[in-house]
Design a protein around this ligand. Structure first.
Ligand code: HEC
Ligand code: HEC
Ligand code: HEC
Ligand code: HEC
Ligand code: HEC
Ligand code: HEC
Ligand code: HEC
Ligand code: HEC
Length: 440
């Protein structure tokens, strides 16, 4: 039986019309054969918007002759990878926005301290199955493999995957195939594969926040399958990650650049404002204003700024200066990075606890702000980091720490408890921090 005939017998009339129109027997055969081999994959595609609009397997998987990952398959030249560039043939705007976003750079991590840890302390298989599964990897070509993709890097759907055609990312990271359902991407779970855990617990913070509470109580009111999804008009029960970071408001369209509404970067040892941060903050506050009044939103941002400034001034700036001094004084000469305790403690202060404190304050997760955040930062700073630095017995390092301990924010360690409590009751101690909330 020819493939075309088999196809005609198996598929619905509307689909065969699509294939006949494009005139390729090979194109029709994709569906027929893979329906037998992978009925789940076929069904996901068949019920998707792509299936309904006649976007076939070959429309996405076809390849050009020069493509590094092209292979001959059942009489057709195809590629297993369907990159942002391929999707961009029909969804140009989304592909451009993804390309311009921070997500597109997530695969460029090999020079980071995180990557050093993964490779030196762990080992390559840990980096492949761990880091690179979230961040993405440079896809390697192996012509001895049937699909031309090296088994060391395929499968991989990391958010910043570096593709053989030069494009970055994988749309499947948020739009799982083969349904490519936008309702799925609107839910917090779409982000939760990556945005969780000890160093960036956005998912856990969301779940504990009132916003998460309202979402899980009212999922049936969220109108997730609606074509249009404008906050305040098409749904109002709760915001999801997508609502705040990507989706439309009455005045803003959907954006695939997740950095478009972010004013601080909360990832590095010391937080700084992003370029053009005021406009980005306005974009986010416009989302809030669908459900809250301006004064309420402004109050939230002051509290958030206060927490970031506190983390910076009280802990991050001095800890970083002391760590730099420790390195400059040569007391660790000849030691490999992270072959000592102090670097691990400094690392956990900013990369784990310090991020949790900042992320909790940004997204209304009080438990992360304090118990998983500042509480841990303070404990490690005073009772591990400073004593370890002092233990080197270096006069310059010790003079720095002495001076720090004399500052108003840190002097509590050398004062009688009764005096400190009296200063808290009178509001005197709080004044030390009042500038951190910003000017009225
Ligand atoms: C006669 C059955 C048959 C037909 C027709 C067919 N395939 Fe396949 N496909 C397979 C088999 C079997 C494999 C496993 C690799 C192999 O043996 O070639 C496969 C593998 C693939 C893969 C690679 C999966 C991976 O993990 O790398 C893709 C993508 C794919 N097919 C898409 C298509 C497309 C697109 C078409 C239409 C142009 C098509 N197939 C036509 C049977 C078929
Ligand atoms: C809208 C575009 C699109 C359409 C239509 C599409 N695919 Fe895919 N397919 C993808 C993407 C994206 C991936 C993941 C590849 C990647 O990570 O780049 C994929 C992966 C695959 C894989 C390998 C992964 C796995 O789970 O085994 C196979 C096989 C495959 N597709 C077959 C098909 C077949 C058969 C059809 C038609 C029934 C089809 N595809 C239709 C985009 C598409
Ligand atoms: C040949 C053109 C074509 C290609 C290639 C293509 N799409 Fe589509 N896509 C469409 C059409 C047509 C629709 C349905 C009409 C619409 O929503 O615009 C659609 C709809 C969608 C939707 C909305 C689905 C929903 O639930 O409403 C998403 C998400 C999507 N595509 C993602 C992708 C991704 C990701 C890729 C690449 C893996 C891709 N598309 C490749 C044409 C294409
Ligand atoms: C569960 C998914 C996941 C894993 C596993 C993971 N990361 Fe990340 N990583 C993320 C997310 C999400 C962010 C962004 C967090 C944020 O913005 O707060 C991030 C941030 C980073 C950053 C900061 C980027 C910047 O520009 O500031 C680096 C570097 C990094 N990760 C490297 C690694 C390395 C190396 C590994 C393995 C040792 C790893 N990550 C493991 C998800 C992951
Ligand atoms: C970070 C997650 C994420 C990634 C990565 C992502 N999308 Fe989306 N996408 C979404 C969300 C969320 C929506 C729903 C927005 C809404 O309607 O509120 C969406 C909606 C869409 C739609 C429906 C039309 C629209 O703009 O609302 C298309 C088409 C689409 N995405 C294509 C793509 C393509 C193509 C890529 C890769 C270049 C991609 N997406 C990558 C999260 C993502
Ligand atoms: C497959 C993993 C993955 C998924 C899924 C994912 N992200 Fe990310 N996201 C990352 C990584 C990794 C980074 C850090 C980028 C870097 O290291 O360059 C990041 C960074 C971000 C940033 C910081 C942007 C900036 O400019 O500072 C935001 C906001 C964000 N993601 C939101 C989302 C939202 C919202 C979703 C779901 C709709 C989502 N992400 C889905 C991995 C992911
Ligand atoms: C109510 C709105 C809202 C919701 C819901 C929300 N966020 Fe955020 N998110 C924010 C705000 C506000 C900030 C801080 C913005 C700034 O810096 O100005 C932020 C910051 C971030 C950052 C940047 C962190 C960094 O290290 O720089 C990431 C990543 C992020 N959110 C991801 C998520 C994810 C994933 C979810 C869902 C699990 C989510 N957000 C839910 C409002 C929200
Ligand atoms: C879709 C509607 C919606 C959007 C958009 C929204 N919120 Fe909310 N928000 C709620 C609901 C519902 C509650 C719970 C009401 C309550 O506290 O009784 C809430 C509660 C809050 C709370 C109180 C938290 C607590 O623990 O009591 C703050 C603060 C807040 N939102 C700030 C924001 C900020 C800032 C933004 C924008 C970045 C935002 N919200 C976006 C609906 C929304």
């Amino acid at each position: 039986m020819t493939r075309a005939l088999l196809f005609a017998l198996t598929l619905t009339p509307s689909l065969s019309q699509v294939a006949v129109a494009s005139g390729a027997a090979e194109e029709a055969a994709c569906m027929t054969c893979h329906k037998e081999r992978n009925p789940g994959l076929y069904t996901q595609w068949y019920h998707s918007e792509h299936g309904k609009h006649g976007v076939t397997c070959f429309d996405c998987h076809s390849a050009d002759k020069g493509d590094a990952d092209a292979w001959m398959h059942e009489g057709a030249l195809i590629a297993t990878l369907v990159t942002p560039k391929d999707c961009g043939a029909c969804h140009e705007q989304q592909a451009n926005e993804v390309h311009a976003s921070y997500h597109a750079h997530a695969g460029e991590i090999l020079q980071s301290a995180d990557a050093y840890l993964a490779h030196a302390v762990g080992g390559d298989p840990a980096a492949v199955a761990g880091c690179e599964s979230c961040h993405g990897v440079t896809m390697l070509i192996d012509l001895t493999q049937e699909n031309h993709l090296s088994r060391e890097t395929w499968p991989n759907q990391g958010i910043g995957r570096i593709n053989p055609d030069g494009s970055k990312g994988s749309c499947t990271a948020c739009h799982p195939r083969h349904s490519f359902d936008k309702a799925q991407a609107r839910q917090p779970e779409a982000c939760g594969k990556c945005h969780l855990g000890p160093d960036h617990p956005q998912m856990e913070i969301y779940q504990e926040s009132k916003h998460g509470n309202a979402y899980y109580t009212n999922r049936d009111l969220m109108n997730l399958r609606s074509d249009r999804w404008i906050v305040g008009q098409d749904y109002a029960a709760a915001p999801t990650c997508a609502t705040c970071h990507m989706s439309a408001t009455g005045t803003q369209g959907v954006t695939h650049d997740v950095g478009a509404r972010i004013s601080w970067t909360l990832r590095p040892p010391i937080s700084t404002h992003k370029e053009g941060w005021e406009a980005k903050r306005d974009n986010m506050q416009d989302v809030c204003s669908a459900c809250h009044q301006e004064t309420f939103v402004d109050g939230h941002y002051r509290q958030f700024d206060g927490a970031v400034n506190l983390y910076n001034e009280k802990f991050a700036v001095p800890a970083t200066a002391i760590m730099d001094k420790v390195k400059a004084r040569g007391v660790m000469e000849g030691q490999a990075a992270f072959s000592n305790d102090i670097e691990w403690v400094y690392w956990e202060i900013w990369h784990h606890e310090g991020r949790r404190a900042r992320h909790g304050a940004a997204m209304m997760g009080p438990d992360y702000t304090w118990w998983h955040g500042f509480y841990e930062v303070g404990h490690h700073f005073y009772f591990e980091f400073l004593p370890m630095a002092e233990a080197y017995g270096d006069p310059e390092i010790n003079a720095m720490i002495e001076e720090l301990k004399g500052e108003d924010m840190h002097s509590w360690m050398n004062r009688p408890t009764g005096d400190i409590k009296a200063d808290i009751r009178s509001g005197e101690l709080q004044k030390t921090y009042s500038h951190m909330f910003g000017a009225e």
